[in-house]
Design a protein around this ligand. Structure first.
Ligand SMILES: [Zn+2]
Length: 238
């Protein structure tokens, strides 16, 4: 039996705050860790917490294996962002959820790590998310596609060339914005190697009923286990 991994859940917001899904998400991530037996969590909630906790010294002293940016927004005030990103590249896990891509618009090095910068969303809508990697733990249970109702993010650039795409749409969401319904290539979830570390990002995670669904919880758990190098392929169980 291996020791449990440790994840720091970061929920500080300098912009819009998803109060409900942050509160629900904190509980669900803790429960996923406990039920799977694979990881335990601690929380980093305030500007003071960020200043104190998101440093290599604190993260190493606390034996953290990775961080989850759970609907963070804006410039959250990491004291030395370069040092934090270097810590990730030493073999740690970064899990970004929904507004993690609405974070640090002012820092290209963060956006390069994440490979996604939120541009806009329209009204909440149902989309068909196609599974591109049917053997990946984050999406194997969803193959071949997942029909989901949520607030759907659109990104400033399509970074397909830089990532392994997990979920995508072949038309713009029908969200009332100018491109609604038009054919195209729109990414919803992806992963990548980052130095010796790993990054998993999902754009989904606005609505509470998405958080509460088995499909989404297995999506997150699979992404987390992959980023922690605990599972390379196949669907995860809840
Ligand atoms: Zn949202």
């Amino acid at each position: 039996m291996h020791a449990k991994k440790r994840l720091l859940i970061v929920t500080h917001t300098a912009g819009f705050r998803h109060s409900d899904s942050i509160e629900r998400g904190e509980k669900i991530l803790a429960a996923l860790g406990a039920r799977s037996g694979h990881f335990e969590v601690e929380y980093c909630r305030t500007a003071d917490d960020v200043r104190k906790m998101l440093t290599p010294e604190f993260l190493n002293a606390g034996k953290f294996d990775g961080v989850v940016f759970l609907n963070t927004t804006g410039d959250i005030g990491i004291p030395d962002l370069g040092a934090f990103l270097a810590w990730l590249q030493q073999g740690k896990a970064f899990i970004g959820i929904h507004a993690a891509a609405d974070t640090y618009h002012n820092r290209p090095e963060y956006l390069e790590m994440l490979q996604g910068e939120f541009a806009y969303h329209g009204r909440q809508t149902t989309v068909e998310a196609k599974v591109e990697q049917p053997d990946h733990p984050a999406v194997a249970h969803l193959a071949p596609a997942w029909v989901v109702f949520d607030e759907i993010y659109l990104f400033k650039e399509n970074n397909r060339r830089n990532v392994t795409v997990l979920l995508s749409m072949d038309r713009h969401p029908d969200d009332g914005t100018p491109n609604a319904g038009k054919p195209g290539d729109y990414l919803l979830a992806w992963c990548r190697e980052y130095g010796n570390g790993r990054v998993f990002y999902t754009a989904l995670g606005h609505r509470l009923d998405v958080w509460d669904s088995e499909e989404y919880q297995r999506h997150l758990l699979g992404g987390i286990l992959w980023a922690l190098r605990l599972q390379e392929r196949g669907a995860v169980k809840l």
